[in-house]
Ligand binder design. Sequence first.
Ligand SMILES: NC(=O)c1ccc[n+]([C@@H]2O[C@H](COP(=O)([O-])OP(=O)(O)OC[C@H]3O[C@@H](n4cnc5c(N)ncnc54)[C@H](O)[C@@H]3O)[C@@H](O)[C@H]2O)c1
Length: 435
Amino acid sequence: MSETLKRRIRTRRAKVGILGLGYVGLPLVVEFVRAGFDVTGFDVVASKVDALNRGRSYIPDVPSSAVRSALKRKRFRATSNFDLLAGMDAVSMCVPTPLSKTRDPDMSFVESASREVAARLHRDMIVVLESTTYPGTTEEVLRPLLEEGGLRVGKDVFLAFSPERVDPGNPVYGVRNTPKVIGGITEACTEMAALLYGSAVDRVIPVSSAAAAEMVKLLENTFRSVNIGLVNEVAMMCDRLKLDVWEVIEAASTKPFGYMKFTPGPGIGGHCIPIDPLYLSWKLKSLNYQARFIELADAVNSSMPDHVVEKVAHALNGRSKAVRGSRVLVLGVAYKRDIDDLRESPALEVIEGLRERGAKVRVCDPHVGSFRIGEESFTPVPLTPRELRAADAVVITTDHSDFDWNSVVRNSRLIVDTRNATAKVKGGKQHVVRL
Ligand SMILES: NC(=O)c1ccc[n+]([C@@H]2O[C@H](COP(=O)([O-])OP(=O)(O)OC[C@H]3O[C@@H](n4cnc5c(N)ncnc54)[C@H](O)[C@@H]3O)[C@@H](O)[C@H]2O)c1
């Protein structure tokens, strides 16, 4: 195993390159800088590179002050010039892994980033993939690309997978104090990657292969998807049984062992939970195996926005109102509390469903700027008593902690609360319909 690279990592002289400066890549930049490395961030989007080089962060979990301090100490620069990869000793790839139109894995970002690295690969370099993907990607997609030039993985260069577990908006767990799972193509690769990441995070968890590390991430996210699917179905069952699902969940959660609390909602969103399990089921299909839990959870979770639209229609109907022409205020567009991420957000589908039925929809989300759904563009309005009073129905799709729930309950005529956000408001909630 390369003593040179080991020494460079131990003495912090190793140059670290991070490809993809998004929700995953930028926090990783900050941790490697904090650990004492010189870090170069690579991104294909010029506006992101410019913003960072001017000391401005666009990721809420990364304060601009952290970027400015790294720039000032000459520990960090951002670039779109991939030729600078040639000077890197370690490269972590944090590029998107979305679904294609047919809901199959879209590996184009991983492939193009890997090609950029492969073209500048040199002896004693370590490459780590962080993007969530199906088991086998690092071995079957990255390894052949990197070995095209003749260098051998495990001998001349090192290759590993280490899933990112970042939870945007989590005030307790960040990159540093979340244990980092690492699986290399060879033992030497695992060891080298563990040395690299062990110098930036509190704890590394080596596993026997890159594929095992890829599977760890998919187990974690599938676990969430399936349990959210289960509790969403329980919510629909309670609806029919005329039971309060939130009361049932709270009471079940008092069991000190053997139960873990999950809550229902308008569906799942973000770059991870709705997408990652489908990477796994896609891979299993190629092995002639149907991943039944994943597909069922996906079906249940995907049906939730329609269920919410149905609830709104039913609630308006109870007041002799049609959806068509009604003013509906949607509270919260981000896929979860206190973040600005709209990707796969179920609120978008709720808005679309209401618009299709002819509702006049306004949206309120202080974390989110203007956005489009198809041809239509929406600009969030401030949450004011006047806005609430003007709405025939208010739909709570995201429970941001800066929303004033007392005011929402006091000033609204009809509320469909999909997050149990109004639970703590005392009294006067006859007009609140819950999931
Ligand atoms: N966001 C999360 O909470 C989270 C958590 C864990 C894992 N992940 C996984 O991490 C990966 C990245 O997710 P993200 O949320 O950071 O995505 P993101 O879209 O926020 O960031 C990805 C960045 O990569 C850049 N990029 C695209 N192609 C590139 C290329 N060829 N070279 C360099 N940069 C390129 C994009 O411009 C973008 O800035 C995905 O696989 C995702 O599933 C995300």
